[in-house]
Every structure is written in structure tokens, then in C-alpha cells.
Design a protein around this ligand. Sequence first.
Ligand code: DGT
Ligand code: CA
Ligand code: CA
Ligand code: ZN
Length: 577
Amino acid sequence: METSRIARILDEMGTLLEVQGENPFRCRAYHNAAQALKGLPDNLADMIADGSLAEVAGIGETMHSKIAQLATSGELPSYNELRRVTPPGLVALLRVPGLGPKKIKTLHDDLKIESLADLRAAAEAGKIAGIKGFGSKTEAKILEGVSFIESVGDRILQSTARRLIEPILAAVRANPDVIRAEACGSFRRRGETIGDLDILFSAKDPIPVIDQFVKLPDVAKVLAHGPTKASVRLADGVQCDLRGVEDDQFAFALHYFTGSKAHNIAMRRRAIDRGFKLNEYALEAATGPIPCKTEADLFAALGLAMIPPEMREDAGEVQQAERGEVPKLVSLDDLKGTFHCHSDWSDGGATLAEMAEAARAMGLTYLGIADHSRSAGYAGGLTIDRVRKQWDEIDALNETFGTSFRLFKGTECDILTDGSLDFPDDILAGFDYVVASVHSNFGLPREAMTARIVRAVSHPFVTMLGHPTGRLLLARDGYDVDLDAVIEAAAKAGTMIEINANPHRLDLDWVHARRASSLGISIVINPDAHSPKGLTDLDYGIGVARKAGLTPDQVFNTMSLSGVIKALKRLRDRENP
Ligand code: DGT
Ligand code: CA
Ligand code: CA
Ligand code: ZN
């Protein structure tokens, strides 16, 4: 069993024990061991064999034997037992904002609450407010949280989907019977969140491939198992659908199962208008079937340019393809650098030098640092004095880079409640660029929130707006704001807007990124990285930009280092008439 999988099981055991009310030290032991495993190099088997694993900080003797058992047999009876005795709905309660294991245990003990439905019923009946440590405010918040979770259903983040689907897709592709295999559905379209995973393959005989699939280690339950398709529930609770076709059907099936449903309907209508019939297996003309090896062939047969999967949302892409106007979408390789990254000067986990090194290793030629501003006490915001010291360190580092790479001095400056900024102008003027973000008073009424952000994006020293709505996918709605008014104000002021590429945020979303770009706003794809690894989130931002139909010239950080230096200077001159 892979190390990362063992770590997840130990984490889950820790959580299960917590909601069971187990002694906190025992629970922590599991979480700590999981954490320690994640940081290990990839030779777990050797470390078990020579006993060195037991010496790793965070892994004691007990954990060592559990890990060894999982690694060798893939099974751990105490894990299975724990899952058996914990009501499955109990862990789901952890998703409710403000409900930790301790509160969940209390609710379970006092009110027999074992599921979100139980929780809703108890809150609606006013039973929760009376429990010690809760109160009516908490009760109202819980109710709000339950409604939100119910509205998002069982969807998962793109990052979770990627982690789950990659090993499965690799296993399917590794099967010698498989000719081609692709992920389909919302995952391939790079949807904001993913409902279930879809995989398509072609083979002469699909049966052995399907048989192998339902036995993969990640499969917890087989929901359906037929000769050409199967559906399973993975250990994480996510559903995965697999379908097999013959290779001459592959292009049609790939297109169909990629969706979206609305795009498929538009395509089928177009086929009918031209006297064809289109379904998931074939394109039929009156004279017989039209063979297509690839999706591009299929689009061409219908008189269309190839439409990239990300754009297939029935948002005008078929008409664009008809006119031959499908944009040449931006890709990860086009990015020359990025902005809005944190270091250990505020709440990041790595030094400036480590962040720069990671960016260089990815082939980037500049990196914008943007640690938090002074009011952001919760996130280690910098005082003016610390800002000046950081500038010195950045200058010194830039000396060592020569002309091949550059760290930009920036700040993620809090937008205060009245829309003013968290640093005075003379300090703001000293940065190469300023990201302005809302981090407080999320509950302002719509009008006040809109005025607040409009004022900030109109400020002459603000270079770009950070995570414009503050939403956290599957966890929290954005604040109430008239985003169109904000976008118009940014366009007027010449202020950029970021696509925050953190998979929890994706903020701007693709619909508004398209709109902002159409008004001439320069879009900047920022990872909001708090560690070197966080820089790889840039790819999720590329997904949003591609869904928005953006080309490289519409994205600021596709510009070369020398171009960016000039552009940032020009923006500041705009700002200092
Ligand atoms: P999800 O899973 O909710 O994130 O979204 P999708 O798009 O992955 O949806 P899913 O898994 O139900 O189906 C995969 C694709 O199969 C979908 O994007 C389009 C196609 N499809 C499914 N059902 C229908 C249907 O009733 N009509 C048409 N035209 N296409 C369908
Ligand atoms: Ca799906
Ligand atoms: Ca599906
Ligand atoms: Zn932020």
C-alpha cells in the first residue's frame, strides 16, 4: 500500500477516535503519525524492514506496527472495526463549520445525533441551544452550515478528484488489453467541483479491464458491474464510473461522456440540423456511419473547429467553433511568473529564498511576494518596520539572481471595512505591486461591501484585487457583493483582478473572469501559495482561465520579466501623476 494512502487511513482513524470521544492524546498519535508519514522520502518498505521507521519523530512503536501491517497486508483489523462501530453520518458532521469532534461527541451523547439530518431536526426544534457550550447563536450557525452542506451535496474539489483519479487511470492504462483511456466528465472539463469520476477506455475485450477495475485497492464497494461498464464507490465515498468501448467508438464516447450535458444537447441538435444522427457511439449520415478517430475529427465532420474540453459548457462555444473563432487557450507553459505568494515572514511555511528556488525550479522567471499587512494579526501581518526589513532581504536576494530571475516586493494588503488600505500611501508606494484583499467583516451588507471593494480597486496604488468574493468551495459562500460593479470599477481604474488558483477558492470564477477580460481587465493567475508545493496550484488557475476562454495575451503573468517590470512601473506612474 502506498505511503500517502496509509497516512490517510491513520488520519481517518484519528478522526474516528475523536468523534468516539477517545482520549485526545491517543487521537493525536494517529494524526501525528500521518503527518510524519507525509514528510518521509519514498522508501517506506526499507524503513520498515530495517526498523528505522520507529525512530522517526511522531511514529512510536504502536504506530510502527500498524503502519507495517498496512504496508504489507493492506489491511488493519482495528481500522475496519473502528469504521464498523462509528455511525457513518457522524464523520460528516465534521464538515459543519464550528463543529469539532468534541461538540459532535456531546451532540451524539446528549441528543443521539448521528447524521446531518438528525442535526438539522434538532436545531430546528431548538434543542441544541439548551446544551451546555452551545447557545442560540451557535444553533443558528449550525443550521446555516447544514443548509450549505446540503446544497453542495457530495461534491469534491478538483484537487481531491485529481488525487483519486490519477492512480485509477494509470492502472487502467497499464492494463495490456487497453488501447486508449481518458478521464471524462466534469474532471476533464475542469469543473469547479466534481460530482463523480468518469473514465472511458477502448479495448477489443472490455471484460478483463472491468474485472481488474472493480478489484482495485481504492474500491470500497461495487455498485454495478456489467460487461462494458462498472460503477464503484471509492474508500473516500466518491463514486467512479468506468466504461469500455471499441476503439472506433472511442472519439464519440469520449466526446459524449466529457459533456457537459448541455453541450451534448447543442451538438446533437447541430447534427440533426445537418441531417446526421449523433449518439455516444457513432455519427451517422444518411449514407452510413462517418468514422472519426479523434474528437477533432468529430467536430470537423460537423463543420466545427476543435472545442477544448474546458469550454464545453454550452456557453457560446459551438457558435464560436462554427465561425472558426475558438481562442488559442492559455496553458501552464505560458506562465512566466506569478504573484500573491506568502513566505514565513507572515503565515507561509518557507523562506523567501526557498520560495524563489521553487519558482525557479518550475521554470518561472519572477515571483511576487505578498505577505499579509499589519492588521492581519491572525496571519502574522507585517508591521511597517518588518516590511522595510523584508525589502532589504528581497533586494539582497535579487542581487544574487542577476537578470535571470526576480522577486517582486509586494503585499497582500487588507481592505479595511471602509475600503481604505491597511498601509499608508508612502509605504504602498515602496512596493513593486499591491494585492488588495478582504479578510475581515465578511458580513457587511451588499451595498457597503460593494462600496468597500470599489473604493479599494480605485485606489491608485492597488495593482490587483485578491480573491474577489472570498468564497471557499464546498465550505463557505462568498461575501455578498455586486461583483459586476467591482469589475467595472477595476476596468475603469486599470486595476487587475486575480484568478486565485487555490483549489479551495478558484476566485474569480470562469464566468466572471471572462466578463472581466472582455472589459479589458488584465487577469493575473496567482497561486496564493503558502509553501513551495502551493505553487503547483497554478494549474488549477489555468483551468479557470481556459474555461473562461482566455488567450495568453489576456493573462498578465504570461509576460516576460522585462515586460512585467515595465508594466508595473507604468502602473505606478499612472498612480503618481
Ligand atoms: P458531475 O459528475 O456532476 O461533476 O458532472 P458530469 O458532467 O461529470 O456529469 P456525469 O458524471 O453525470 O456524466 C458525465 C457526462 O455524460 C456528462 O457530462 C454528459 C454525459 N451525460 C450524462 N447524462 C446525460 C444525458 O442525460 N444526456 C446527455 N446528452 N449527456 C449526458
Ligand atoms: Ca462526473
Ligand atoms: Ca458519472
Ligand atoms: Zn488572502
